[in-house]
Ligand binder design. Sequence first.
Ligand SMILES: O=C(O)CCC(=O)C(=O)O
Ligand SMILES: [Fe+2]
Length: 314
Amino acid sequence: MLTSKTSIDLPVFDVSKPLTPSHLSSLSLACKEWGFFHIINHGISKELYNKLRFLSYQLFDLPYEQKLKAGPLSNIKTYTPHFIASPFFESIRVSGPDFLESAQRSADVLLNHTKSEFSEVLREYGSTMRTLSNKIIEMLLMCLGEDFGKKFEPEFSNSEGYLRIINYSPPKIIKKDIEGLGMHTDMSCITIVYQDESGGLQVRSKEGKWMDIDPCEETLVVNIGDLMQAWSNGKLRSSEHRVVLKEHKNRFSLAFFWCFEDNKIVFAPDEVVGDKSLRAYKPFLCGDYMKFRENSEKGKFEKVGFTVKDFAGT
Ligand SMILES: O=C(O)CCC(=O)C(=O)O
Ligand SMILES: [Fe+2]
């Protein structure tokens, strides 16, 4: 019997080299169709990744009561315990621009002592991600218009990022489609994900079919978020995606979200929109959208139905 293919071949871009015209057209296509693509030569070595993974598990392996010292009811609120996003999901957030300081605050609270290696590794990871985000934004702007890379770069100059370090614990029984993280769109401009070798990241096709994004060594996944979808007037797609758990072992991922500043008015420039009658989003304050997603009960963990289209669609 023929079974239809369930994984997609996303294009891979070498971010250490200039984009050729043919790369640009394949990038535009991927962003329109899937809102997802792969990158290589991104500057995160396997060694740095392994170090961060090892040091993160020193925190995830702490007793629950200890981890809750950084939990939702604490002062710092950087730890998200199980049963908020899903029964299998817990995460630690580290925010820019000072990733070292942010990581240090979590480590201080969680470990009761200074763990300089953890914060040092996060300083390096965060700084590489910031450079990478700017580079990717430039690539995306070039997809929207030949000279838009330089022209609209200032719109993104106050953007900032945060990293979510995620540990998915293994479900007791493995059956089809156990969600480690349910269907959602990201609130970011772009998200850069390092998923581990177990895979499980899936994107929803326009027809509503779940497609696997297979992991590939030394390759990062980039996806378009809601803010970029609105800013590009829908030319770059923020796709619904989720994580399914397929194995009896932990899944580790690093999701970096690059976002506009809270007081940024998100409004697609006329040149990006083209035909004025096709403007698809009203202008909105970035921070208001963040609040809308956080406050709406169903939007809490980025559930679909409460996305930027519902918030600011014309
Ligand atoms: O864990 C992953 O691979 C992706 C996580 C994700 O989609 C998110 O945190 O928004
Ligand atoms: Fe996501």
